[in-house]
Design a protein around this ligand. Structure first.
Ligand code: SF4
Length: 187
């Protein structure tokens, strides 16, 4: 199986794409077209670099001093089969997994009814940062996100409890998920 990436090499040592020192797998391809997107070069589904999953696994094996793997892009959920394989592998060797997506968690559950790989991929994600980037809601106060509508979701707890469980430990009192409940029923 192959994956289309925006960069030929995994980016290591990021401290802005999730908790701790992380490596980022930048996927290529996104159809959300959010106004003000920071990575418009990752939208095309034909640009970028096609790598085999085994090649990316080798790159993961070669990482040093990293605490987690983050999927970003682009939208990783537009290549769920390949990302599932890499998330599974990353978890199997002890990394925690974050994933950024323009879909909401609820949208992914719906899509997952037709495309099982999306649901499977979710099961290997510790933290999902969900939702489109909304320029009008852009904020530097919301940690690890670009706009206030985006949520940090504890995927395991959410799938177990049947309601979206938010992670707010990174937010200080000033910006604490303003106007948000800490959980949303989705079933
Ligand atoms: S989902 Fe992300 S990559 Fe896609 S258009 Fe929106 S901000 Fe850009």
């Amino acid at each position: 199986m192959d994956i289309r990436l925006a960069t030929p090499k995994i980016q290591s040592d990021s401290i802005v794409d999730g908790e701790g020192i992380r490596s980022v797998i930048w996927t290529q391809g996104c159809s959300h077209n959010c106004k003000g997107c920071h990575n418009p070069e990752t939208h095309s589904f034909t640009d970028g670099y096609v790598l085999s999953i085994d090649e990316v696994k080798k790159q993961i094996d070669g990482l040093k001093g990293q605490q987690g793997i983050t999927f970003s892009g682009g939208d990783p959920m537009m290549q769920p089969e390949a990302c599932l394989e890499l998330a599974k592998y990353s978890k199997s060797i002890g990394y925690n997994v974050w994933c950024y997506t323009g879909f909401t968690f609820e949208e992914l559950l719906k899509l997952g009814k037709k495309k099982k790989a999306i649901l499977e991929f979710l099961k290997y994600i510790d933290v999902l940062v969900d939702g489109r980037f909304i320029l009008e809601e852009k904020s530097f106060d919301v940690v690890f996100r670009g706009s206030k509508n985006q949520r940090l979701i504890d995927v395991k707890k959410s799938l177990e409890s049947g309601s979206v469980v938010l992670i707010d430990k990174y937010d200080n009192k000033k910006n604490n998920n303003r106007g948000r409940k800490n959980s949303y029923m989705f079933v």
